[in-house]
Ligand binder design. Structure first.
Ligand code: SAH
Ligand code: SF4
Length: 348
């Protein structure tokens, strides 16, 4: 048995032809799965009995079960708790951004790449449990299919993908890069609409650069000095800021692509005037955009969301230093939006 979601469309057709069926049967199957978003073989009405039998005994489709779906009030953020074959759970989130022109609506899927995460950033709900295991490419890609099935009710599909759910994508680099290329080809999402967010694993950044992969690179920076970053993103002790910045510059020289830096904003911790100045110095000469994210406090946390006034003062200071800075729309707070929070709640 092989999972269809780890194969390219050409590979699916080849397998089917090798098994003695005409190529058009393969195309029908792919049409059900990728265009109509139907993954139950029994519901694929134009397939004949012999072909369905072949599929049932040779090709696996969905192996993930949805065990919980929570929508926020406005139906803009939808959070899913998914059960894997080995009973582990992961989260994914759909964020819907409506535009006046409905054809420009953005449906972003925030995917998980691991169960847990070994980086253990102290503000992050995923980090608290450590790493349980890597996801396989097909488990990552299936999240797309589940999201599209859900979005059918709105006549919509995922058109933007961010690897910002549970896990550090570059600690599962090979499966993540395979999944990203399958999402790109099979679901027809261009590289510009796929973001990989990393806490700063240099080998991963270099591989994107060397392979000239055109995904959007987002770096979870969170602090402009090693002293504070060692605490907020412990992997900084292994890959300190000067090396991280070297890798970012290398990436930019190779790909000519703008880099996104994510910057969690925490009260009394990393939004002092000095931080803005240090940030500007650190990022000098890099074409980048900073995404300020007011921290989503996990229970009893020492990490508090700053006052609105302080958030905007910091943004203004950064802009005065010439940085491009936006504050991420706060979605999903009322449903434990930061990934890992829902899962932890279920486990408690
Ligand atoms: N491990 C990768 C990708 C997943 S985390 C990374 O760290 O980049 C995706 C983003 O969510 C990161 O920028 C992360 O720092 C942020 N995040 C984690 N916990 C958060 C919280 N409690 N509040 C706000 N953002 C959080
Ligand atoms: Fe891992 Fe990212 Fe959470 Fe840090 S923020 S613990 S790297 S998932």
């Amino acid at each position: 048995m092989i999972n269809l979601f780890k194969l390219s469309k050409d590979d699916v057709i080849k397998r089917i032809v090798t098994a003695g069926f005409p190529a058009f049967r393969g195309k029908q199957l792919l049409d059900w799965v990728y265009n109509k978003n139907i993954v139950e073989i029994e519901s694929m009405s134009n397939l004949d009995k012999g072909f369905k039998e072949y599929l049932n005994s040779n090709i696996k489709l969905l192996t993930l079960d949805t065990i919980k779906i929570i929508e926020d009030d406005k139906g803009e953020t939808i959070k899913f708790l998914l059960l894997l074959g080995d009973r582990n759970t992961i989260e994914m989130v759909i964020m819907r951004y409506k535009d006046k022109d409905a054809s420009k609506n953005r449906n972003t899927l925030c995917l998980s790449s691991q169960v847990g995460c070994k980086v253990k950033c102290p503000f992050c709900a995923t980090g608290t449990s450590g790493l349980v295991r890597n996801l396989k490419a097909e488990e990552i890609v299936q999240q797309m299919s589940i999201a599209n099935t859900y979005l059918k009710q709105y006549d919509a599909k995922v058109n933007n993908v961010v690897f910002m759910g549970m896990g550090e994508p570059f600690y599962n680099k090979d499966e993540v890069l395979l999944a990203a290329s399958l999402i790109k080809e099979n679901f027809e999402i261009s590289s510009r609409k796929i973001t990989i967010s990393t806490s700063g694993i240099i080998e991963g950044i270099k591989e994107l650069a060397d392979k000239e992969l055109k995904y959007v690179l987002a770096i979870s920076l969170h602090a402009p000095t090693d002293r504070v970053r060692d605490y907020l993103v412990p992997i900084n002790k292994k890959y300190p800021l000067n090396e991280l910045m070297k890798a970012c510059r290398y990436y930019q020289t190779k790909t000519k692509k703008r880099i996104t830096f994510e910057y969690i904003m925490i009260d009394s911790m990393n939004i002092w005037p000095d931080d803005a100045r240090n940030l500007a110095n650190l990022l000098k000469g890099i074409d980048c955009h900073i995404n300020g994210i007011p921290v989503n406090s996990i229970k009893d946390s020492e990490f508090k969301r700053p006052k609105k006034k302080d958030i905007y003062t910091f943004k203004k200071l950064c802009e005065d230093y010439g940085l491009s800075f936006s504050i991420r729309e706060e979605k999903g707070i009322d449903i434990d939006g930061a990934c890992g929070q829902l899962r932890n709640k279920e486990r408690n």
